[in-house]
Design a protein around this ligand. Structure first.
Ligand code: NDP
Length: 312
């Protein structure tokens, strides 16, 4: 039995490099790299970052598990060529969660201290002082309280911000107020100075931040999106920014990536863009691959298996 590695993303890692990392934990297991040229009957597990198309899937007749490198699996779930019996697992990396929490803290502090305004003023040789905003007076609502959302909540809470949370299920054990449901969503977006979305893309979360929800945000607040672009109604976002309801937005994820050159977000004075880089490193989670391979052949419960109905 064997494994296929076909990452299709050299900027993250070469297939052969990943093979080298995992092969010592998989002695005797045949590991093939790259798009298969012929039918590979021995492959039961395929590792990828992007989706696997029809031609690849046809060459893997005994495939039982797709192991995603990274967290978001929406492309794999929406792939109509994917046979339903194939399980999908994702990775859950603490290293990446910490990186994303750092990104959110850095962005929140950039707004708190007007960092970008001073950067722009420098090019104009303009000396203009602004009073810094006070951390203890500010609140942050986090949409999505999974591994990443919880890491973001912790770093901001430790820094002195008041934190609120929102997720599909309420979590009474947490030391900050958290909510669920549409009324809970309205409650958290309407009282926070910063709203951070780290939601996965599912049928329920698509267009969740619609124009009518965006209009419920606290006046002057800032939206930071590190989850998935489809959660936000992009036209609605531009509208509420021009209406002055939102003071700004930092976006790391978009409905279409790379963001097309003609997209109005690029030149919007109140939008900060980063190219899907808030979380990158997942080395600590690579051990999921050999662990899931052995669980698969022993028919044991897999690590971080996606609930395909729920969509995450
Ligand atoms: P988890 O699966 O651990 O957590 C997902 C969270 O979203 C849970 O709290 C879940 O609620 C909540 N949720 C899901 N659906 C709904 C819904 N319909 N309504 C309310 N809450 C909902 O995921 P992670 O924290 O690991 O990752 C989150 C997402 O971040 C990924 O799916 C990926 O899309 C994105 N990501 C982005 C990266 C980047 O570089 N920008 C890097 C890595 C991930 P509950 O707790 O009740 O189940």
């Amino acid at each position: 039995m064997g494994i296929l590695i076909d990452l299709k993303d050299k900027s993250w890692m070469e297939d052969s490099d990943l093979k080298q990392i995992i092969s010592s934990d998989l002695p005797g297991v045949s590991i093939t790299c790259g798009e298969p040229k012929k039918i590979l009957k021995d492959v039961i597990m395929a590792i990828g970052i992007k989706d696997f198309d029809k031609n690849i899937l046809k060459k893997l007749p005994n495939l039982r598990l797709i192991q995603k490198v990274g967290a978001g699996v929406e492309n794999m779930l929406s792939n109509s060529n994917m046979p339903k019996h194939i399980k999908i697992c994702r990775m859950s990396s603490e290293m990446q969660a910490k990186e994303m929490a750092e990104y959110c803290l850095a962005e929140v502090l950039a707004y708190q201290r007007n960092i970008r305004e001073y950067f722009n003023n420098q090019s104009l040789k303009m000396w203009k002082q602004r009073q810094p905003l006070i951390v203890k007076d500010k609140s942050v609502s986090i949409l999505g309280l999974g591994l990443i959302g919880m890491e973001i909540a912790q770093i901001l809470q430790n820094f002195g911000f008041t934190v609120f949370g929102w997720s599909r299920t309420v979590k009474p054990q947490l030391n900050f107020k958290n909510y669920s449901g549409i009324n809970g969503l309205i409650a958290v977006v309407s009282k926070a100075d910063y709203v951070i979305s780290v939601l996965p893309e599912t049928n329920e979360t698509k267009n969740l931040l619609s124009l009518s929800i965006l209009r419920k945000f606290k006046p002057g607040s800032v939206l930071i999106n590190v989850g998935r672009g489809s959660v936000i109604n992009e036209e609605g976002l531009i509208k509420v920014l021009s209406e002055g309801i939102l003071g700004g937005a930092t976006l790391d994820v978009f409905q279409q990536e790379p963001l097309p050159k003609e997209h109005p977000f690029w030149t919007h004075p109140k939008i900060v863009i980063t190219p899907h880089v808030s979380g990158w490193n997942v080395e600590d989670a690579i051990e999921t691959i050999p662990l899931n391979y052995y669980r698969l052949i022993k028919n044991e419960p897999l690590l971080f298996e996606i609930d395909q109905k729920r969509g995450y």
